[in-house]
Design a protein around this ligand. Structure first.
Ligand SMILES: Cc1cc2nc3c(=O)[nH]c(=O)nc-3n(C[C@H](O)[C@H](O)[C@H](O)COP(=O)(O)O)c2cc1C
Length: 199
């Protein structure tokens, strides 16, 4: 690869990173990533720093009918905590994953029997989620990394066969924006960064 090529890629990469923003799952439409694109997204998500090379994360992909099927689990989870939930609320949960054409659940898998701190394994899972979002952005999709209430539901945990050492890092909704995205202000350099030592 020539130096010119590398410079072009580098500047495009920086532009990509500086333009990433979420698109609300509530305002998504199709098409979503194809099976080949999903493979690429996951391949990107696996290239994160990983102290101890433990692969402390995995992904569960919801596409097509699987999104509606998972709606049954969400309704069951809802009923376990809100037995009086009305029809509107039930429909909301049944259709939750239908908001986007593809949803990927990122599962962090932390091992406590090793010298690698659990916190660092969790951070690696977070990095894989963020890389997934950036890769989706690079493909021209929008992504929304959300946990909402069901990431913490025991019913959902059981339905996804999570092991005790696993936690849901988030559900990443991926699709196209149904309406023009509005970005939010980003923190200024001075508000988040300072050279050491401070003066
Ligand atoms: C672990 C994690 C969980 C999140 N869960 C939610 C959520 O449940 N609901 C929500 O509105 N935003 C959630 N967010 C925030 C959104 O992903 C997003 O960052 C936020 O809407 C700001 O948009 P931006 O990514 O363009 O800055 C979560 C972020 C992280 C890192």
């Amino acid at each position: 690869m020539t130096e010119l090529c590398l410079n072009v890629y580098a500047s495009q990469t920086l532009e990509l990173l500086q333009s990433r923003r979420s698109g609300s799952a509530k305002r998504m439409t199709g098409p979503g990533p194809s099976p080949d694109q999903i493979r690429t997204l996951i391949s990107c998500a696996t290239r994160v720093p990983d102290h101890g090379k433990l692969t402390p994360w995995r992904f569960i992909i919801f596409a097509d009918d699987a999104r509606a099927k998972f709606g049954d689990t969400l309704v069951k989870a809802l009923r376990s905590t809100e037995p009086e939930a009305d029809a509107e609320r039930i429909a909301q949960e049944r259709n939750r994953l239908m908001r986007a054409p593809v949803v990927i659940a990122a599962i962090s898998h932390v091992r406590s029997d090793l010298p690698i701190p659990e916190w660092e394994q969790t951070l690696s899972a977070g990095a894989s989620c963020q890389t997934l979002c950036i890769a989706a952005h690079a493909m021209g999709f929008v992504a929304n990394w959300i946990t909402e209430w069901y990431s913490y539901s025991p019913v959902v945990r059981e339905a996804l066969s999570l092991k005790p050492q696993e936690r849901i890092a988030g559900f990443i909704y991926i699709g196209n924006p149904a309406e023009q995205l509005v970005d939010r202000p980003r923190p200024a350099f001075e508000s988040v960064a300072a050279y050491y030592p401070s003066t």
